[in-house]
Write a protein that binds this ligand. Structure first.
Ligand code: SF4
Length: 230
């Protein structure tokens, strides 16, 4: 693939201006996509004009707006994510939800299942090990099994999770702690829109942001420089 010229490379994460949320949005840096990618910005507007996308985006922004409230002491967040997921699903009029959870987060999946049912939803939940397909199917060796050689291990099966929820005609899916990469496959194959309640992080109690917050102190090893393997 041809490399893009350096001055075209989009690097919002290094932006010194962050003017895209203001009336000065045309005053970003030279590589600002608000200026350099106008063709994409304009083309994408047609997507938002699709009625179902329009409504989804509109309700998501209303959910964003409702996420905080101005109190005398200052702007204050209002809802934990789990409440926002429920509120958003209700705004969209969804009745049937899918929960795709990791077997290692069975308790969390069960708690979410109860909460969603209590709030009136029809819930289909599927564990990552559902289908009980052995790991050997995808080339995992005995030495690469989590529980050690000789033990039956079912592969995490996110495509089956997605297809079962597709088969159940879920209207909105919620991911609970799927592994890195397994979550990617779930997103790729699930037909209904999907949100994430829990992002797996085995070290930081499913709060991967903690790794970022600690990267300038106890976890500064995250900032080490190293080349990609050639
Ligand atoms: S869109 Fe432009 S102004 Fe906004 S963060 Fe990216 S480079 Fe900066």
């Amino acid at each position: 693939m041809e490399r893009k010229a350096m001055n075209e490379k989009v690097e919002c994460a290094s932006c010194p201006k962050l003017v895209c949320n203001s009336k000065y949005h045309d005053q970003g840096p030279p590589n600002c996509p608000t200026k350099t990618k106008r063709d994409i910005v304009e083309r994408v507007l047609a997507e938002y004009n699709k009625p179902e996308v329009y409504e989804f985006a509109r309700q998501a922004s209303i959910q964003e707006f409702e996420g905080q409230i101005d109190l005398p002491e200052g702007r204050t967040p209002r809802h934990p994510r789990i409440e926002e997921v429920i509120q958003f699903a209700k705004k969209m009029g969804y009745r049937k939800l899918g929960v795709a959870f990791c077997g290692g987060l069975m308790n969390e999946g069960a708690m979410l299942n109860t909460i969603l049912k209590n709030r009136g939803f029809d819930v289909v939940s599927i564990c990552c090990k559902g289908g009980a397909v052995p790991k050997e199917t995808i080339g995992i060796t005995e030495e690469q099994k989590v529980q050690g050689p000789g033990v039956w291990e079912s592969m995490c099966n996110p495509i089956t999770q997605a297809e079962i929820l597709n088969d159940e005609d879920t209207e909105f899916n919620i991911v609970v702690g799927l592994c890195v990469g397994h979550d990617s496959l779930f997103f790729k194959y699930a037909k209904a829109p999907t949100t994430v309640l829990i992002v797996k992080d085995r070290v930081f109690g499913h709060n991967p942001a903690a790794g970022l917050y600690l990267s300038h102190s106890y976890y500064r090893k995250l900032l080490r420089k190293e080349p990609l393997e050639s």
